[in-house]
Design a protein around this ligand. Structure first.
Ligand code: SF4
Length: 317
């Protein structure tokens, strides 16, 4: 076990040993593995014979993803393999021995790519501006190219449920788009299939698991970039909502899995010129949450029953 400097830390080892044997830890590990397995199955992320390239940055998310995929490789009813890839971006002070030592200890095949994106980003982005957008674009290009070189059929990224929700809000608030990070997508050039096995796992669990496992974390601020303030604001907003209205972020996430195109405004997704189907509209939560004076999107119109009987309300659109 290593610290971020790559040396064993006694107190954290003791914590790790105590916690890793506890009932809570077992529950946490089971939950993460179950949710990762569920996401993999739900979105058809991994198929027989796949070589999954696990992008390992040295952060808690990527270690947890690798750990989950190694577990799934053992128990899944299909055969697939894993190769870990780390991109050394030549940030000052990058501890280049940590990941090779960790992966060797686990007997996981790996490749470290050395590309000085740090200098490019420093040169291109004006002082004081956030560097993450260009840095991520460069990194993504290098990782995709490496996946092709390695013959990897899937590229696994460590984004989790909270990343997905934050990205949803960022896109809505700043981009005017209803979109987020999908659990699986094909790259623009069609050469890579990107998967996010931790899509169902929440950040709190991942952080707790990473601490319990004593993963040798490599700090993500070596580049000296300012933290992404907008993303942080989204995170804090979601956390505050969850404090005030427990379960709200779960509902937001569930909403992403249950989209009703006919009840949005995108004419590319729904033909509004043909009569809409009415099924399910009475279950629409917005109907009974609408304030008394707000128009509901469902018009309640009387329908006539058989002659001699009374009338009842029904929805129509
Ligand atoms: S924090 Fe630094 S290394 Fe990470 S994406 Fe931003 S610029 Fe790149």
């Amino acid at each position: 076990m290593f610290t971020s400097e790559g040396v064993a830390d006694k107190s954290s080892l003791q914590f790790h040993e105590r916690f890793s044997m506890s009932v809570e830890f077992n529950k946490l590990r089971k939950r993460i593995r179950r949710l990762a397995g569920q996401a993999v199955v739900d979105y058809g992320m991994i198929e027989e014979g796949d070589l999954v390239m696990v992008c390992l940055s040295g952060g808690a998310d990527s270690y947890t993803m690798l750990d989950s995929l190694l577990y799934l490789r053992e128990v899944a009813p299909i055969n697939f393999d894993v190769v870990a890839v780390n991109l050394d971006q030549k940030q000052p002070g990058f501890p280049e021995d940590i990941l090779p030592a960790y992966l060797t200890q686990l007997n996981v095949p790996f490749r470290v790519i050395e590309e000085d994106t740090y200098s490019i980003v420093k040169e291109k982005v004006p002082e004081g501006k956030t560097t993450c957008a260009l840095c991520s674009r460069l990194r993504r290009g290098i990782l995709y190219r490496t996946a092709v070189e390695l013959g990897a059929t899937k590229v696994a990224l460590g984004h989790h449920r909270d990343d997905i929700l934050e990205t949803l809000l960022l896109n809505m608030f700043f981009g005017g788009k209803l979109k987020t990070m999908p659990p699986k997508l094909v790259s623009d050039d069609g050469r890579n299939v990107v998967i996010r096995p931790l899509a169902y796992c929440n950040e709190r669990d991942i952080k707790a698991y990473s601490a319990a496992m004593n993963f040798p974390i490599i700090p993500c601020n070596l580049c000296g970039s300012q933290p992404n303030l907008q993303r942080r604001a989204m995170k804090e907003m979601i956390q505050e909502w969850d404090r005030r209205f427990p379960g709200r972020s779960d509902n937001m996430f569930r909403a992403l899995t249950d989209v009703v195109p006919s009840h949005l405004l995108d004419r590319k997704l729904h033909d509004f010129n043909t009569p809409a189907k009415v099924s399910g509209e009475l279950d629409d939560v917005s109907n009974w949450l609408a304030a008394p004076n707000e128009p509901s999107e469902v018009v309640v119109a009387p329908i006539r029953l058989m002659p001699g009987t009374s009338t009842i309300g029904s929805s129509a659109s």
